[in-house]
Design a protein around this ligand. Structure first.
Ligand code: GAL
Length: 388
């Protein structure tokens, strides 16, 4: 879908092994995911990167200092896996780390940046997630991301650079200049409503720091996991979320311009999960080519609403507005949007024709205000068109 676009123009879409599988990865799993991307419509919807996270290598480099794929997990090697993924018209992603070791204790990229970039290019890698563990204390993270960015840009292959420093060291203030195409702005997501809510709210005032070629990455999606991680911290000890909560999670990530990296086991995805992940109207908002962040409107009366009830508005390339009415609170709320707050006074003569991006139906034409009632933990996302 995005193949003809310059690298990193819009948020990346794909799948990452970490949330569900952590250390328990192998080449068959990765091939299965690539197969499902094609056979179940993920590829057609725009998902393209199949990414292996931590725990893919041996614990030692070879005598030449090269990284070695664990032969027990990846007996055919990374080049063959990349070829397979490419043969499906998809792209292949891998993982490393700025430090001496990855977070799970495998060799990191520190002082091997140019060598590793060359190796990744030889394997046919298209995407590198670069983590922040075991960073030598005397080195600045900013410098190490600049280093890897330069190495990747000069390795002879187009590789999307996904920085992952968990929002530390005011990353938003220097990451765009480093050359990274996306940057993690938060700590690790967990498969819980509290986590989704916390991450989203933490980025509401950082929307001016996302956009084309360097997207604010709020972490991989937990949609459809239902507590099904092999890692207690991520989900198995937490129990997962409801479909309504996953729907709201996907809506927030879409409107806020986060990359959409699926984290569930798509081989087990139920119809509700697929409806969410394959929602073309939401994906179109996320992939809008101008890549603008969303601004927040606090509903009136402000004294009544807490910080977990808000509207997000994303100005789209064609002049439409994507508007999300989010109720992250525990009670049903009426959320009233005054069109004045969108820059649309009554005297302009314009009304808004609203289309519901979840039911995929027209809601009608409204003048001056629109006030939906939104159940707890739910949202309404509309695409609004100015009409006279
Ligand atoms: C964390 C990172 C996670 C995952 C993990 C692997 O630092 O935020 O997304 O990559 O390391 O060990």
């Amino acid at each position: 879908m995005n193949q003809s676009r310059p690298l990193g123009l819009v948020p990346a879409m794909g799948w990452n092994s970490w949330n569900t599988f952590t250390w328990d990865i192998n080449e068959q799993l990765i091939r299965d995911v690539a197969d499902r991307f094609v056979s179940e419509g993920y590829k057609d919807a725009g998902y393209e990167y199949v990414v292996i996270d931590d725990c893919w290598s041996l614990k030692e480099r070879d005598p030449n200092g090269n990284l070695v794929a664990d032969p027990a997990k990846f007996p055919s090697g990374m080049k063959a896996l990349a070829d397979y993924i490419h043969s499906k018209g998809l792209k292949f992603g891998m993982y490393s780390c700025v430090g001496t070791h990855t977070c799970a204790g495998y060799p990191g990229g520190f002082e091997h940046e140019f060598q590793d970039a060359k190796q990744l290019a030889e394997w046919g890698v298209d995407f590198l997630k670069y983590d922040y563990c075991f960073k030598p204390r005397h080195m600045s993270g900013e410098l190490l991301y600049k280093r890897m960015s330069l190495a990747l840009k000069n390795c002879g292959r187009e590789i999307l650079f996904s920085a992952c420093n968990w929002g530390e060291d005011q990353v938003y203030s220097w990451i765009r200049e480093s050359g990274a195409h996306m940057y993690r702005s938060t700590g690790d997501i967990q498969d819980s409503w509290e986590s989704i809510k916390r991450l989203a709210i933490s980025q509401l005032d950082k929307q001016c720091y996302t956009g084309a070629f360097c997207h604010n990455d709020m972490d991989m999606l937990v949609v459809g996991m239902y507590g099904g991680s092999n890692n207690g911290f991520i989900g198995s000890a937490i129990g997962g979320c409801t479909d309504t909560q996953y729907k709201t999670h996907f809506s927030l990530w879409s409107l806020m311009g986060s990359p959409l990296m699926i984290g569930c086991d798509i081989r087990q995805a139920n119809p509700a999960t697929k409806d969410i992940l394959l929602n073309r109207d939401l994906i179109a908002i996320n992939q809008d080519v101008e890549g603008r962040g969303a601004y927040r409107i606090k509903p009136e009366p402000q004294w009544f609403h807490t910080d977990d009830v808000f509207m997000l508005v994303k100005v789209l390339t064609d002049g439409d507005l994507a508007i999300g009415f989010f109720n992250l609170s525990d009670d049903q709320r009426e959320i009233s949007l005054q069109f004045w707050d969108l820059g649309l006074p009554y005297a302009s003569g314009f009304s808004l024709s609203l289309y519901d991006c979840w039911t995929h139906q027209e809601l009608g034409t409204f003048r001056e205000r629109y006030s939906p009632v939104v159940p707890a933990h739910d949202c309404l996302v509309v695409r609004a068109k100015l009409v006279k």
